[in-house]
Design a protein around this ligand. Structure first.
Ligand code: ATP
Length: 373
C-alpha cells in the first residue's frame, strides 16, 4: 500500500473507522489535490466528520494511512500535523479581543512580534477594523471569520472545516460561502470542508465527495455530479432528478434506446451507469431545468431528436425567476419542470395537456435495482 505521495496532496489509503461492531467509515481511498477546495458532502451520520477527524489526527483510523505530501502522518498527534481545524462552534476565547484571538497561535509558539502577521490575517478576513472588539461584539459570520484567521495564521498546509457555517442563518451562510471561497483562492492552501448542504458544497468546492453510509458514492466536480450522477442517492441528494422507469430496447455503441411511458427515450451510453442488456430496467433521469414544455396542440413544432414524454399539468407555481410545474405523466407521477422567464400570458395552466422534451445529452441512466432514496 502506498503511504507517501510526492506532491502536497492529502492522501487517504484504505482508511476506515469502526466503533465496536459499527462501521462509521468503510475502507476508503481518497486524494485531495494540493490547493483545492474539497468538500465532503452527505447526510447526518454518513461518516464525513469521522473522515475529517482522521485527517486532523483527532480520531485514530481502524485501518489505513493518512499522508500529507510526502509525510505519512497516520501516527502523528494532531498538533504535530501541518493541519488546522475550524469547527462550527467558533471556540474563540471570550475574554481576549479579536487581535489576541488571532495572535494566540503565534504567541503560544513564543513569537514576540506578531503585529504584522495578525493585521495581515485580519485584513484577509476583512476584520481589520474590529481588532479591539471582543468576540461577543461581533456577528456570527464575523466570529467565524476570526476562527478562520486564527487557524490560518499558523500557516497550515491544510485547513479542515467541520460544518463551519452550520450555526449561521441562511443569508449569512450564503455570504460566508463566497467569503470562504475567496479566502481559499487568496491563500491557495488546501481546504477540506464538511457539509450536509449540497448547495454549499456545489458553491464552494472544486471537487465534492458525496458520502453515504460510510462510503464515497461519487467524486467529482460539482457540475459533473449534478449533471451525470452515477447512483440514485447522488442524483437525489444533489437535486430533483425526475426518475422515470424504463426498459432497454436497443443498444448501439454510443446510444441506448429505452421504452418508457409508451414512448422511447435515448441516452448516450457513457451517461448510463446501469447494466444495459435488452429488456433490462434502467431509471432514466433528467434535471427539471433541462426540460422544455410545449402544449400538446403544438407538438409538431418540437425539433426531431429530443426525448419526449406526454403529460398533464397538475400544478404551476411562480417562484421568483422561474415557474415550477408539477406534471402527471404516463412516464411517472409528479415530474418537475422549471421554466425561466415565463410571463403570465404564456404560463401553462393546470389541466393543460403538454409534451415534456429535452436533449438526450441531458439524460442520465441509473441502476433500477438500487433503492430510490
Ligand atoms: P453529522 O453531520 O451528524 O456530524 P457525519 O456524517 O459527520 O454526521 P460522523 O460524525 O462521522 O457522521 O458519524 C458517523 C457515524 O459514526 C454515526 O452513525 C455516528 O453515530 C457514529 N459515531 C461517531 N463517533 C462515534 C463514537 N465515538 N462512538 C460510536 N459511534 C460513533
Amino acid at each position: 500500500m502506498t503511504t507517501t505521495n510526492s506532491s502536497g496532496d492529502v492522501r487517504l489509503s484504505g482508511i476506515s473507522k469502526t466503533y465496536g461492531s459499527f462501521t462509521a467509515v468503510h475502507p476508503l481511498d481518497l486524494t485531495v489535490p494540493q490547493g483545492s477546495f474539497f468538500a465532503l458532502l452527505g447526510a447526518s451520520g454518513c461518516g464525513k466528520t469521522t473522515t475529517l477527524r482522521m485527517i486532523a489526527g483527532l480520531e485514530e483510523p481502524t485501518s489505513g494511512t493518512v499522508s500529507l505530501g510526502e509525510q505519512d502522518v497516520t501516527r502523528l498527534p494532531p498538533y504535530k500535523r501541518p493541519v488546522n481545524t475550524v469547527f462550527q462552534s467558533y471556540a474563540l476565547f471570550p475574554h481576549l479581543d479579536i487581535f489576541e484571538n488571532v495572535a494566540f497561535g503565534l504567541r503560544r509558539r513564543g513569537i514576540k512580534s506578531v503585529k504584522k502577521q495578525v493585521e495581515e490575517m485580519l485584513d484577509l478576513v476583512q476584520l481589520g477594523e474590529q481588532a479591539r472588539k471582543k468576540p461577543h461584539q461581533l456577528s456570527g459570520g464575523q466570529q467565524q471569520r476570526v476562527a478562520v484567521a486564527r487557524a490560518l495564521i499558523n500557516h497550515p498546509k491544510v485547513l479542515l472545516l467541520d460544518e463551519p457555517l452550520g450555526a449561521l442563518d441562511l443569508k449569512l451562510r450564503r455570504q460566508m460561502q463566497l467569503e470562504l471561497k475567496r479566502i481559499q483562492t487568496e491563500v491557495g492552501i488546501t481546504f477540506v470542508h464538511v457539509t450536509h448542504d449540497q448547495e454549499e458544497a456545489m458553491t464552494m468546492a472544486d471537487t465534492v465527495a458525496v458520502m453515504n453510509a460510510g462510503r464515497v458514492e461519487q467524486l467529482g466536480a460539482p457540475a459533473d455530479l449534478y449533471e451525470n450522477p452515477r447512483t440514485t442517492f447522488v442524483a437525489n441528494f444533489l437535486g430533483t432528478s425526475n426518475l422515470i422507469e424504463a426498459e432497454v430496447d436497443t443498444r448501439s455503441g454510443e446510444e441506448i434506446v429505452l421504452k418508457a411511458g409508451g414512448g422511447k427515450l435515448t441516452l448516450p451510453s457513457e451517461r448510463c451507469s446501469a447494466p444495459t442488456t435488452t429488456g433490462g430496467k434502467v431509471l432514466v433521469g433528467v434535471r427539471p431545468e433541462k426540460i422544455s414544455l410545449t402544449h400538446a396542440d403544438d407538438a409538431g413544432e418540437i425539433p426531431d431528436g429530443r426525448n419526449r414524454v406526454t403529460g398533464r399539468i397538475a400544478d404551476a407555481s411562480f417562484i421568483g425567476v422561474s415557474t415550477q410545474y408539477v406534471i402527471d405523466s404516463p412516464a411517472g407521477p409528479e415530474l418537475a419542470v422549471y421554466v425561466q422567464n415565463v410571463d403570465r400570458d404564456t404560463r401553462l395552466a393546470p389541466g393543460a395537456e403538454v409534451v415534456l422534451h429535452w436533449s438526450p445529452a441531458h439524460t442520465f441512466g441509473l441502476d433500477a435495482s438500487q433503492d430510490i432514496e
